[in-house]
Ligand binder design. Sequence first.
Ligand code: HXC
Length: 259
Amino acid sequence: MEYQILKHEIANGIALVTISRPQALNALNTLFFNEMNHLLAALSQNKDVRVMVLTGEGKAFVAGADIAEMVNKNEREGTDFSRLGQHTFRSIEKVAFPVIAAINGFALGGGLELAMACDFRLASAKAKFGQPEVNLGLIPGFAGTQRLSRLVGVANALYLLTSAEMIGAEDALRIGLVQKVTEPELLLDESMRIANLIAAKGPKAVQLVKVCVRQGLGMSFDDGNELEAKHFGSLFGPNSQGEEGMKAFMEKRPPVWQD
Ligand code: HXC
């Protein structure tokens, strides 16, 4: 597929994906969702990809869903657009490798919803966060009402969702919306540094950590423990990555991960 909005490059186990529609502050339209679904499927098939970094080109990460595309939608089309975005963002949560959001600027509306679907978030000190949908007489439609309260608690979520107030990176860090803030010019380096850390770890272990955390959230604690025990056990045995990692430790050498 020829991508018009998404740029991507793969090196050293890391897929760097850049949303590139800076003339509209990377606003999310139907083409974006089609491209993202296609790219996620392609990266999932690529055994070289162990982690993905997602960022935006220009002064925005993403300034929301594309208002110009949405303005003429009817009720059914509005619902369909919501479902398309929800499905795509769920695919980010379900993809086998961790996805890091590198938030370079505005993360508003659907842009913050996209960032929240990533596994964790690093932000430039210049980044701005908000759910301004109520300014437009709308509510979030890409699962923002569901993810925000789970990430930052009900009161912080309702404050942002009802007031549409924009907050800066330090406030986002304080409420746990982002995990780290960097100087703007260091954001990509820091994101790639952390991606490199992840890419060097036991590949199956990294995948199973994501499975246990993500699937465990929807389970009882006891069922989550069962899931963890089953996957923990799957890392043992002859020629397993667990065996290699532990042997390498005991032999004071770096591990060599085999598929
Ligand atoms: C379409 C957008 C856009 C958006 C910006 N642009 N945001 N186009 N959809 N969400 C366009 C502008 O129209 C403008 O195009 C160009 O990008 C540059 O934007 P400016 O407004 O000139 O930039 P600036 O003055 O720096 O202001 C930045 C901004 C502002 C504060 C981020 O652009 C803004 O308020 N944008 C809308 C943010 C928003 O409401 N997001 C939520 C959308 S609803 P031209 O052609 O004039 O140069 C949503 C719902 C999700 O996300 C769920 C759906 C199911």
